[in-house]
Write a protein that binds this ligand. Structure first.
Ligand SMILES: [Zn+2]
Length: 251
């Protein structure tokens, strides 16, 4: 029995019908990483009423996380981030089913993690892991909501395999990743994670205009948004390779 009272104000805005709210409640969303972006995404998904959320992260909470990772409480310092996130959701909206996996995903172990989910939200904190996730999503024809942050800036796009360009279509995958830890400010992280959650809402309910072949860029320093249009690159290594693998899987 679905309890609609909690979501009365979602319906009242006119943008979401009862059927669309029902779709959210019966949807399953996979959140990869529950640091800064993952915190905001999980909190917004829980507020919107997404019925099942899976959170994947291998790390434990450290003192330096608290400047931007809003889902984690100080009492949970040293605990697994996935446990802390699950606890927050259960306290906030006990009707939501939360699955957790304290694991660092790689090409060998990801399959059971992504299987059965409708959509993946990229909240990882390194570009090496983001490009890997991009390829996994392409391979299994899963919609991927990409978000990235650095300093005062961030960006969001929605990748629909075979229909839109992918992360490698926008910026070719580097041959070598040499990454410092991502540093960002809480307001920037909150803006980007909220936009990612909004993309989930639009994709799941079929409402609004998702960021398809559009990279929305936010500059918090100048308080500016810009949209970069892009197209599927027919020479993209990731799109071509993963499409070939997908065809092999089908045979
Ligand atoms: Zn591509």
């Amino acid at each position: 029995m679905i309890k609609f009272d909690r979501y009365e104000r979602n319906l009242a805005i006119g943008g979401i019908s009862k059927e669309q709210q029902e779709k959210l409640i019966t949807s399953k969303v996979l959140v990869m990483g529950v640091g800064g972006l993952g915190s905001g995404v999980v909190m917004n998904l829980a507020a919107m009423g997404v019925g099942q959320i899976k959170v994947v992260d291998s790390e434990v909470i450290e003192e330096t996380n608290f400047n931007r990772q809003l889902i984690h409480k100080y009492k949970n310092l040293g605990r697994a981030k996935v446990m802390s996130a699950k606890e927050w959701v259960q306290d906030f909206n006990p009707d939501i089913k939360v699955e957790i996996d304290k694991i660092k995903i790689n090409e060998l172990n990801y399959f059971n993690i992504v299987e059965g989910y409708d959509i993946i939200v990229d909240c990882f904190d390194t570009y090496e892991s983001k490009y890997m996730l991009n390829e996994i999503a392409l391979r299994h024809k899963m919609i991927l909501i990409h978000g990235g942050i650095q300093g005062y800036c961030g960006q969001v796009t929605t990748i629909v395999p075979t229909k839109t360009g992918c992360l490698s279509c926008v910026v070719q995958k580097p041959a070598v990743f040499n990454e410092e830890p991502v540093c960002s400010l809480s307001p920037v992280v909150s803006v980007i994670s909220a936009l990612q959650a909004q993309e989930v809402l639009k994709i799941l309910t079929g409402s609004g205009e998702p960021l398809l072949n559009k990279l929305l860029m936010f500059d918090g320093y100048k308080s500016e948004f810009k949209t970069l249009g892009f197209a599927k690159n027919i020479a993209c290594d990731a799109c071509n390779k993963e499409e070939a693998i997908y065809q092999n899987i089908l045979q």
